[in-house]
Design a protein around this ligand. Structure first.
Ligand code: PGA
Length: 277
């Protein structure tokens, strides 16, 4: 895993937006995997600003979000569809019919949503770049501790800790859903590239267990250790429990030097140099 440590959350957001911008430049019709939560908000603001500045375009891109609450109408202000409209979709040139979330229409069997979502991802050629946050309990998407590492998009019961971490976003506990439909751990592992973003001291233990702990279903983010192309972007606070900080910094400095010396013309990041991986 490449662990890149930044001085603060704003630098994490700028770098993540750089990578998304490079993905769009390298493959304008790319498929992006998107995340919700507080962490990626700053990255979405950077992307919207860069779109307004004419620096990037989503016109040919397709998006798949990690998850959506079950039991909330998509127009409900707490749905992840509404979040994505607020934070990104309404501010850039994404075609709305190419923005996907694992939504369950009223009356639809929620068990049918996952397989249909997986088929659509495959039909679109798979996810080129997946953005991830991490829960304090190590979840990615809503793959809570004990999720099968081979899981696919499906209905998931939310952990108590996830529900309590997200209380602040709802007006009353009665409004807050206890279930969601989420991409599975294996769905995420199929993405060609993964960017995991974590900022703040409250994420330090989850980041340590994901990067330096054992691979375990009890900490689903740890499975990313088995992915070929993962970058973990953390600020100093989220990196504060890592033991190999000095090594990660050296690796990054040297990788940047090699990329600078030997980059293929017009492509500045090695992630985008060797085909689509
Ligand atoms: P957060 O959520 O960005 O709101 O901390 C991350 C997550 O639960 O995946």
């Amino acid at each position: 895993m490449e662990v890149i440590i930044f001085s603060g959350a704003d630098q994490v957001a700028e770098y993540a937006a750089d990578i998304v911008g490079q993905m769009l430049a390298h493959k304008p019709d790319c498929v992006l995997g998107l995340a919700t939560g507080s962490t990626p908000v700053a990255m979405y603001r950077c992307l919207a600003q860069r779109y307004r500045d004419g620096a990037l375009s989503f016109a040919r891109a397709t998006t798949f979000n990690l998850d959506e609450y079950l039991g909330l109408d998509s127009d409900n202000s707490h749905s992840y569809r509404s979040y994505m409209r607020r934070e990104l979709f309404d501010h850039v040139d994404l075609e709305s019919e190419r923005t996907h979330l694992p939504e369950c229409a009223p009356g639809e069997d929620p068990r049918a949503v996952g397989p249909a979502y997986e088929s659509l991802i495959n039909k679109c050629g798979g996810i080129d770049l997946q953005i991830l946050g991490i829960g304090r309990n190590g979840h990615i998407g809503f793959n809570e501790p004990s999720s099968s590492l081979a899981s696919r998009t499906r209905v998931k019961t939310l952990a108590r800790r996830t529900v309590s971490d997200n209380h602040r976003l709802f007006d009353s506990p009665a409004e807050q859903p206890g279930m969601a439909i989420t991409m599975g751990v294996a769905t995420i592992m199929d993405a060609h590239r993964v960017l995991l973003l974590a900022t703040g001291e409250h994420k330090a233990e989850a980041v340590r267990a994901a990067v330096e702990g054992s691979i375990s279903a009890m900490h689903p983010a740890s499975v990313l250790q088995a992915h070929r192309r993962v970058r973990v972007l953390v600020d100093e606070a989220a990196a504060s429990r890592l033991t190999l900080v000095e090594y990660y910094r050296r690796v990054h400095t040297q990788a940047e030097w090699i990329a600078g010396e030997f980059s293929v013309s017009g492509v500045c990041d090695p992630w985008f140099q060797d085909g689509d991986g």
